[in-house]
Design a binder for this molecule. Structure first.
Ligand code: TXA
Ligand code: MG
Length: 330
């Protein structure tokens, strides 16, 4: 998959203050030496990301927690034991040496131990923390394959490690452990319930987007494809498409294409939430360049196992992208 030489090359680029995109089990990250402010600054330039948005620091193992934090609550050790390495990011009180660029000027730092073998190899070869947001342009879909990174960032990244398609497919769960009651800031594969069970507590209410502007993923339009995207109940998709005759529509649905469908493209998505999440961003990227004018995604069940996926689709959606022509409304 990735050779030792490539890992060494990537680690050397990080040491020299360059940018390396690397696979994680969630999505690809755009990495820089977390202890090098000039290097971290390059991440923001490459992504076109506002400087007040904090960046997650990736570390090789739980033993690195202390270096990056001022204090490690018992809850952090419990969650680390249970979910690291894996798709969980913990927000903790930062150590004094952590740069404002990484914390977004806050007194907290987001930490994660990824499980992807290539990410692990890179972290071990590099020997320090790797600051890395998702390797996409600001506001766009996260990349789940090396090719997505190359298309999106081109020469802005010095080297891309190709570790194959990401397994989880959506970004890590973020849990804030600096409050009196832990709260999930961004839902992901590891559910609120799993975290509550591990901590034996009830989680605090997840803050609304307005209440946590520093989590860039909580901004209204985030994780979005280029085309307008509309979420429509499955039984209404066909009439929605028909009402927009003349507009080429791409549909993403778990159901098969109806025989007489007027959709230009009909992409069938997997039934299970894990499989759905794994393929989601890749499918949206593909539909985005399909030549259609609008993406219609089937509304998903209001069940806990769909919460994280519904969250991402909700952010990708546009309020009313293509209104039906006046004549069709009668
Ligand atoms: O799965 C993931 O988390 C991927 C992979 C590459 O690890 N990373 C990722 O990074 O999604 P990014 O920057 O695209 O999203 C991380 C989110 C941002 O919304 C950021 O605002 C939030 O984490 N975040 C980072 N540090 C934080 C902190 N100290 N307090 C609150 N939110 C924080
Ligand atoms: Mg991102």
């Amino acid at each position: 998959m990735v050779s030792d030489e490539e890992i060494e090359k990537a680690a050397a680029i990080l040491r020299a203050g360059g940018l390396v995109a690397f696979p994680t089990e969630t999505v690809y990250g755009l990495g820089a030496d977390a202890s090098n402010v000039a290097a971290v600054r390059k991440i923001f330039a490459a992504k076109g990301r506002p400087a007040d948005h904090p960046v997650i620091v990736h570390v090789a193992g739980t033993s690195d927690l202390k270096h990056w934090t001022a204090e490690v609550p018992r809850s952090a050790w419990l969650l680390a034991e249970k979910f690291w390495p894996g798709p969980l990011t913990m927000v903790l009180k930062r150590a004094a040496h952590v740069s404002d660029l990484i914390t977004g000027g806050q007194d907290t730092v987001g930490l994660r131990v990824p499980s992807h073998p290539v990410a692990q190899q890179l972290l071990k070869a590099f020997g320090g923390g790797i600051a890395a947001p998702s390797a996409n342009r600001f506001g766009r879909l996260s990349p789940t394959a090396a090719q997505h990174v190359r298309e999106e960032l081109g020469d802005a990244v010095n080297f891309v490690l190709d570790g194959g398609p990401s397994d989880v497919g959506i970004e890590s769960t973020i849990v804030d452990l600096t409050r009196e009651t832990p709260a999930v800031l961004r839902p992901g594969r590891i559910s609120d319930q799993q975290i509550a069970d591990a901590l034996l507590v009830q989680l605090g209410a997840t803050a609304t987007a307005a209440g946590r502007p520093r989590v860039s993923g909580s901004l209204e339009s985030h994780y979005a494809p280029g085309l307008p995207l509309k979420i429509v109940p499955p039984e209404e998709i066909e009439s929605y498409v028909r009402a927009r005759a003349g507009t080429p529509v791409a549909v993403l649905s778990r159901r098969g294409r109806p025989r007489d469908s007027k959709a230009t493209l009909w992409q069938v998505a997997p039934e299970s939430p894990d499989d759905y999440a794994r393929l989601l961003y890749g499918s949206l990227r593909w539909l985005d360049v399909s030549g259609c004018r609008l993406i219609v995604v089937e509304a998903l069940p209001l069940l806990p196992e769909w919460v994280a996926i519904r969250d991402r689709l909700g952010r990708a959606a546009t309020p009313d992208p293509v209104a039906p022509p006046v004549t069709a409304r009668r």
